[in-house]
Design a protein around this ligand. Sequence first.
Ligand SMILES: [Zn+2]
Length: 384
Amino acid sequence: MLTYKGIQFRLYPNLKQQEQIAQTIGCCRFVYNHFRASWEHTYTETGKGLTYKACANALPLLKGDVPFLKDVDSTALQKSVWSLADAYRRFYAKLGKYPRFKSKRNPVQSYTTAIQGKAQVFTNTVTNNRIKLPKLGWVKIRGSRVIEGRIIAATITRKASGRYLVSLKVEADVQPLPSTGQSVGVDLGITNFAILSSGEKMDNHRFTKAMRQKLAREQRKLSRRAEGAKRRGTPLHLAKNYEKQKRVVARLHEKVANQRKDFLHKRSTDLIKNHDRIVVEDLHAKGMLRNRKLASAISDVSWSMFVTQLTYKADWYGKQFIKVDRWFPSSQLCSSCGHHDGKKGLHVREWSCSACHTSHDRDINAAKNILQEGLRTAGAAGIA
Ligand SMILES: [Zn+2]
């Protein structure tokens, strides 16, 4: 099956390349904002907006008026126009907010460029831990993953921490994974990240607590420096120590996010590899828990990211991903005999079925019920 994959590398541009990146980002922003303004202007005048084509056709003219646009990657400018048109399309389709002007102050800055011609062949593009990018030439990267497939586009990002990233959009031909004959139910939890119907508990990332404390400490330091700058009457973006600390905090945030992403990718790939059918409870059911302030924002993000990964990986590798209805009482039913044993408070971690006397671990029992219900509904729909 042909699909798109995103592959990221940390990028180490030299000073000249950093300047070129900053310039390209600036020009993309300029072009975006220019057409954002004329789009709105046209709309006010005629009652109709512009189109991608109209903007793209006007781009050479704009380059004539604004010569510095000629110094940067031209496909990046086109992509910028395209993303504006797409933002309007999403807005008209009620999928997104009204496109806003891009700001220089945004902590994350990026541009996207098309990879064309022979550079599409990976072996000519990424070798010896470097990547060839339009206008930038060879740029150092960390890691040397083999990329199978055609590279279509590259997004170069400067993060709030001052680090650089390149995300490649790769067209990949994914082969189904061998069938294992196994099915699994997954209960997304609070104390554990997830509990499987097999009884296995996926650890909540142990790093989060230590990390959270560290973050809180650095965050306090940041506030102190903001106050200090305020006392001295220095605008924040000119306060050197404040800006430095801001990057420290941003780096920590990025680290947490990366660790989380790695963890989720490993676990979702494992689940898909080892099972033919994966059943998960609909996330809305978990919304109820959030209201009781049991879940932190972190597990919230992780859950939805995890479910997204399972969804597309199942699709890639020819496995079946099943969601169970949010009203299904997974923690009240006995997974052995099906007896509805009444509502149980969240403090009840273990219980025995009053009908068949099987003793249950609350979460494992729930995961087993989720699995059974998933297989039942999938069977009823004629998929299983
Ligand atoms: Zn029972």
